[in-house]
Design a protein. Structure first.
Length: 340
């Protein structure tokens, strides 16, 4: 991709409109002080943000016809190795649910100092929709009193979770799920993936290329996912309550206090299977997510009526509300299995 005479080397898949627009900001030198990247997890928001940062601080950025980034200057070598001194990342700590005011204060203390590299300072805030209210207010105050070469990038899935005052002071770019064909081509051409596996990964990731690559790099994760999906489909199609509860124990044997990653993953797989069955009912087999289960799904769609599938779909919507409200997940999934 070429932007005003510069060859853009931003490794990403899809969302080309965002890439072109953001690179044009660099070319025009009309930079906002803060950017918000909105979109689902694993669509490549962080990758594009880091590509932007690397180009922003590249020592040859202003040279006519230079590559963006050049990959040759000292700063490019630092960013490639992850040791550029004026790039900061902030995220929710592993044992916490929110980004705290203390984390933000520590970040702002660093950004408030003079640049160690005499260049731009860039702060990347992941899961910014999980900022605590005091943390968000501290960042807002900083945005109200901008520094000349300090730039903030917020990554969010839900824009409405950010204070409107932060949104109004930022340039917003929206990322969307990537077409399965693009992901398939990327896996085959750039990763050398065999076509059958590439098809399965491109479908199952639902437009999230980073998830497809993670499954490719960690095949045991994909195997676990496939096994869970197979068992859940057996649960959905079983007419015997005792069998459904036995299948549930195979995929969710633990008793969690609140909904964590495991619980939400299980809910998403369950929802995806029902979506697939509804698509097959409408003669839309090519659009299903779980391509590796297409034969089993077609048989299940012949057995389950549309009214039953819609009832399960409604129950899954209620389950989402319960999980969000911190109802015990084992009770939520038990009720789903009983009503399946």
């Amino acid at each position: 991709m070429e932007i005003q005479g510069h060859q853009l080397h931003w490794l990403h898949i899809g969302n080309e409109r965002v890439t072109r627009c953001w690179a044009a900001h660099l070319a025009s030198r009309e930079l906002a002080q803060s950017y918000i990247l909105v979109g689902p997890a694993d669509v490549g928001k962080a990758m594009v943000a880091k590509n932007f940062m690397r180009t922003l601080v590249c020592e040859r950025r202003d040279q006519a016809g230079s590559d963006w980034p050049c990959e040759q200057c000292e700063t490019c070598r630092q960013t490639a190795r992850g040791i550029y001194p004026d790039f900061y990342e902030l995220d929710v700590l592993p044992d916490k649910q929110k980004i705290s005011i203390d984390q933000v204060r520590q970040l702002l203390d660093k950004v408030g100092l003079s640049s160690l590299a005499n260049n731009y300072e860039v702060a990347l805030i992941r899961h910014a929709d999980q900022l605590s209210e005091p943390a968000a207010n501290a960042l807002l105050k900083n945005l109200e009193e901008p520094q000349a070469q300090a730039l903030f990038i917020f990554l969010v899935e839900n824009l409405s979770a950010l204070p409107a005052t932060i949104v109004s002071r930022s340039q917003v770019f929206r990322f969307y799920p990537v077409a399965a064909d693009l992901i398939y081509d990327h896996l085959v051409n750039d990763w050398g993936t065999n076509r059958d596996l590439a098809k399965n990964l491109a479908q199952v990731c639902l437009g999230r290329p980073n998830l497809a690559i993670r499954f490719l790099e960690q095949p045991e994760l994909f195997q676990d996912y496939c096994q869970t999906a197979k068992i859940l489909l057996q649960l959905i199609t079983s007419p015997v309550l005792a069998d459904r509860l036995a299948y549930l124990r195979q995929v969710y044997p633990s008793v969690a206090i609140s909904a964590g990653e495991t619980e939400w993953n299980l809910w998403q797989i369950w929802l995806g299977l029902i979506r697939d069955l509804l698509l097959i009912k409408q003669d839309q087999l090519p659009l299903i997510q779980h391509w590796f289960l297409r034969d089993e799904l077609e048989k299940a769609a012949d057995v389950l009526s549309l009214s039953v599938l819609l009832k399960i779909f409604t129950n899954l919507g209620a389950a989402r509300e319960y999980l969000t409200a911190n109802v015990a997940p084992n009770l939520v999934f038990h009720n789903l299995a009983v009503g399946a």
